[in-house]
Design a binder for this molecule. Structure first.
Ligand code: HEM
Length: 500
């Protein structure tokens, strides 16, 4: 049953209950001032205001109610902030009170909520995982040490594109990017490919897509916790199957590696080896936790990176002067070596390419509301109270298009970042696609490296043409809302090899 039908049946049952309750109870008003927001219907509150594209609906409501708004989503009180100033209040000033997250039912499968780096509350375990990620797994040094494996994967991606160019075949940038990102991650973690290079739709790809889609599906049981047991949309049941399969794959890989280590092989310089070494002395880190951590890295790191790549390529193809400038910079700094990937060490010398990626993240933030936070206690912000347990969302999509912050906000213009020190590292609250504060994305550096590698290499080695007869303005830039903001229509473009 879909979300709307479920909601309607549930509402009918509840209206009767609610009317009876009202007859017998006195209403009590809280003694704090909730942020303003749209009017609420009985039972469902403002659920219908969310629409199919909540980032658009909530941005419209912000124009009426202001940069801090409250909505009643079923039984869940939600606060949405939509300005850089309010984002700073949430992510910096009051970060310590707003660092935990509400846990969706789609995450509460197979005890994942107790191990998930992205969802467990701030605790000694979370601090330990954060420390390990920041200082070891995802540190600059570790990423530098593993760059040769990503380079090899990039070379394979360019070979695939070269093949498409030879046979005159269009490349679906999303599919290509998905396969490449999974393998860039899996080689950084396990030193193996999780998707066969000839297999466009491998099982692992489907599993990651299914998990992400279910996390992004509005779930009645999240708005009415009483329904959790019933699981009316079957989300919990379906998610359990996907997560079981993914954890099985990781278990197998971990066990194989343990066996190799027992047999005296220690040569793999990857994340799995680092974690197994850490787990010898650190009782908090065991095999189960490692498998769940890998689950989170793939789920958090794949769709986000791929959708950024696809939006960036779409903007570049739509804006030929920007594409030309980015290519000129690459030729000047990297040279045009045919189908040879750019190097991670070149990134800092490519300010225009950096600006292209920032501009893409400004207009198309992959996680438009960040990952929601939860108020630990009542928190006062801007003259209003965010009540204890409310979920807090930061509308970075709206902030990226705020005309008081950005000139000509809907224009794709990387030039706005040239000579500006605005960065995505969580200190400039007008641009926080990776979040900020304690829970800022730990994969930021790796995501940046993968994006530069893929985007830089694709445009340095090939020209990209639209299908014959298609005009630039025909590129469909419609968004599809989910846990990540995807392009509704895939970008399919023809690669033309640049001869040197
Ligand atoms: C363009 C790519 C990416 C974007 C835009 C992105 C964005 C985000 C955002 C917005 C959050 C929530 C931050 C907050 O609550 O303030 C987050 C958390 C997280 N991201 Fe990313 N991410 C990306 C890539 C990655 C990659 C490649 C990895 C893994 C290597 C990763 C792993 C994680 C994890 C584990 C968390 C949860 C951290 C925690 O709750 O403590 N992300 N990401």
């Amino acid at each position: 049953m879909d979300f709307v039908s479920c909601t309607m049946i549930f509402v009918l049952a509840c209206v009767t209950m609610h009317a009876l309750c009202l007859l017998f109870t006195k209403s009590t008003k809280p003694n704090y001032k909730l942020p303003p927001g749209p009017s609420r219907l009985p039972i469902i509150g403002s659920l219908l205001d969310m629409g199919e594209k909540p980032h658009l609906s909530l941005s419209k409501l912000t124009k009426i109610h202001g940069p801090i708004m409250s909505l009643q989503l079923g039984q869940k009180t939600s606060v949405v902030v939509s300005s850089a100033e309010m984002a700073k209040e949430i992510l910096l000033t009051h970060d310590h009170l707003l660092s935990n997250r509400p846990i969706p039912q789609s995450v509460s499968v197979l005890n994942h909520e107790h191990y998930s780096f992205a969802f467990i509350p701030i605790s000694p375990l979370w601090r330990e995982m954060r420390k390990i990620c920041n200082t070891q797994l995802l540190s600059h040094k570790n990423l530098d040490d593993s760059q040769h494996v990503r380079r090899k994967k990039m070379q394979q991606l360019l070979n695939d594109v070269h093949h498409s160019s030879q046979i005159g075949e269009a490349v679906d940038i999303g599919t290509l990017g998905f396969k490449a990102t999974i393998n860039l991650l899996s080689n950084t973690i396990f030193s193996i490919d999780l998707i066969d290079s000839t297999d466009a739709a491998g099982e692992f790809k489907d599993l990651v897509t299914n998990i992400t889609n279910l996390v992004g599906t509005p779930n009645l049981a999240d708005f009415f916790p009483v329904l959790k047991m019933i699981d009316p949309q079957g989300i919990n049941r379906r998610q359990a199957k996907n997560v079981t399969k993914v954890l099985d794959i990781f278990d197998r890989l971990i066990n194989q590696r343990l066996k190799l280590r027992e047999d005296g092989f220690h040569s793999k310089n990857d994340m799995l080896d680092s974690l197994l070494t850490i787990s010898k002395d650190n009782k908090l880190i065991d095999k189960t936790l490692i498998a769940h951590l890998f689950h989170d890295i793939f789920v958090a790191g794949t769709d986000t990176t791929v959708s950024t790549l696809e939006w960036a390529m779409s903007e570049l193809v739509r804006n030929p002067q920007v594409m030309e400038k980015a290519k000129e910079e690459l030729v000047e700094i990297v040279g045009n070596n045919g189908s040879v990937p750019v190097e991670e060490s070149d990134i800092s010398k490519l300010p225009y390419l950096q600006a292209v990626i920032k501009e893409t993240l400004r207009l198309h933030p992959p996680v438009p509301f960040l990952l929601p936070r939860k108020a630990e206690i009542d928190v006062d912000i801007g003259g209003y109270t965010i009540p204890k347990d409310a979920q807090v969302m930061v509308n970075v999509w709206n902030i990226g298009r705020d005309p008081s912050l950005w000139d000509n906000p809907t224009l794709f213009s990387p030039e706005r970042f040239i000579g500006s020190d605005i960065d995505v590292k969580g200190t400039n609250f007008e641009l926080v696609p990776f979040g900020a504060g304690r829970r800022i994305c730990p994969g930021l550096q790796l995501a940046n490296r993968m994006l530069y590698l893929m985007l830089g290499s694709l445009i340095n080695s090939f020209d990209w043409k639209l299908q014959h007869g298609m005009r630039l303005e025909d590129i469909d830039m419609t968004e599809k809302f989910g846990i990540t903001l995807q392009k509704a229509q895939p970008l399919k473009v023809f690669p033309i090899k640049i001869s040197n």
